[in-house]
Design a protein around this ligand. Structure first.
Ligand code: ADP
Ligand code: MG
Length: 257
C-alpha cells in the first residue's frame, strides 16, 4: 500500500483537485484507492457528494479514539463511492476542534498511521487531502505517508507558502527520523502570463529534481467536473488538465517501482 499526502500550507492551490484527479486515474488504472479527507472544510467529501452529517462515522471519530483507535471505527468511517474500488473516509466540521480538544494528548501524532494499518490489505493507494494549517491533522498525514505531493500555484506569492511547507516537512522529518520523498507539482499554470513561467523557473532553480518537470494547466473542465461530482478523468478524459495529471501519475508511479 502506497500512502501519499497532498499538502501545502496555502489554500486554493489545487490540493483537493489533485487528490481527486489522481484518485480517479488510479482507479481507472485498476488500483484500489482510498481517499482520506481530513480538511474540516470537507471539499473532497462534498466533491463525491457525500453528506457527512448523515454518516455513522467520519475521520473525526477515528481521531477521537486517539491512540486507542481500532479496526471497527476505522472501517465504519470509510464509505464506498459509486465507483468500484474508490472509497472515501469523509471529513466533517468537527475536525476543526481536534487541536483544542485532543492536540496535547499522548500518541495523537500517529492515529492515522495506526488506523491505516487496519486496512492495509484492502488498498493499493491511500491519498490524504490535508488542511492548509499546521496542526495535529497535518502532523498525522505527514507522519504516516511515504510521499508528499505539494501542489504549488505558479504565481510569485506561492513561493513563500512553499518555504513554510518545507520547514514543516523538515520538522516532522526530525521527529519521525525518516526523510520524506516529496514532489512539487506546479499547478494552475497559465501559459499566457509571464508570472507563471517565471515562477516555474524559480521553482526548478530552487528545488531542482523535486519539482515535477511538467505542469497542471488552468482548465475550466475541473470546475465542471466538480459540479458533476465526478473525478475529472471520468468527466473529461481528454481534457488538457486530465492529460497533465495522467503524465504526472505515470511519473509518480515510476518513482515507486
Ligand atoms: P485547495 O484544495 O488547495 O484549496 P482546490 O483543489 O480546491 O484547492 O482548488 C481551488 C479552486 O481552483 C477550485 O475551485 C478548483 O476547481 C479550482 N482549480 C484547481 N485546479 C485547477 C486547474 N488546474 N484549472 C482550473 N481550476 C482549478
Ligand atoms: Mg482543499
Amino acid at each position: 500500500m502506497h500512502v501519499w499526502t497532498i499538502a501545502n500550507q496555502k489554500g486554493g492551490v489545487g490540493k483537493t483537485t489533485t487528490t481527486v484527479a489522481l484518485a480517479g486515474l488510479l482507479q481507472q488504472r485498476g488500483q484500489r484507492v482510498l481517499c482520506i479527507d481530513i480538511d474540516p472544510h470537507a471539499s473532497l467529501t462534498f466533491y463525491f457528494g457525500i453528506d457527512a452529517e448523515g454518516l455513522q462515522a467520519t475521520a473525526y471519530d477515528v481521531f477521537a479514539m486517539g491512540k486507542h483507535v481500532d479496526k471497527e471505527t476505522t472501517v465504519k468511517a470509510i464509505v464506498s463511492t459509486e465507483h468500484d474500488h474508490l472509497d472515501v473516509m469523509p471529513a466533517c466540521m468537527a475536525l476543526a476542534t481536534l487541536d483544542r480538544k485532543l492536540g496535547t494528548q499522548g500518541g495523537m501524532g500517529l492515529v492515522l498511521q495506526r488506523a491505516l494499518a487496519f486496512v492495509e490489505h484492502r488498498y493499493d493507494y491511500v491519498l490524504i487531502d490535508v488542511p492548509p494549517v499546521l496542526g495535529v491533522l497535518m502532523v498525522n498525514a505527514l507522519a504516516c505517508c511515504e510521499r508528499v505531493l505539494i501542489p504549488v500555484q505558479t504565481e510569485p506569492l506561492a513561493l513563500k507558502g512553499l518555504e513554510r511547507m518545507m520547514r514543516t516537512l523538515a520538522l516532522i522529518q526530525k521527529s519521525r527520523g525518516q526523510a520524506h520523498q516529496y514532489t512539487i507539482i506546479p499547478t494552475l499554470y497559465d501559459k499566457r502570463t509571464r508570472a507563471s513561467l517565471d515562477t516555474y523557473k524559480k521553482l526548478a532553480q530552487r528545488y531542482g529534481k523535486s519539482v515535477w518537470n511538467g505542469m497542471i494547466p488552468i482548465d475550466t473542465k475541473f470546475r465542471d467536473a466538480s459540479n458533476e461530482q465526478l473525478p475529472p478523468s471520468m468527466f473529461a478524459p481528454q481534457s488538457r488538465g486530465v492529460l497533465a495529471y495522467q503524465t504526472l501519475l505515470t511519473h509518480l508511479q515510476q518513482l515507486h517501482l
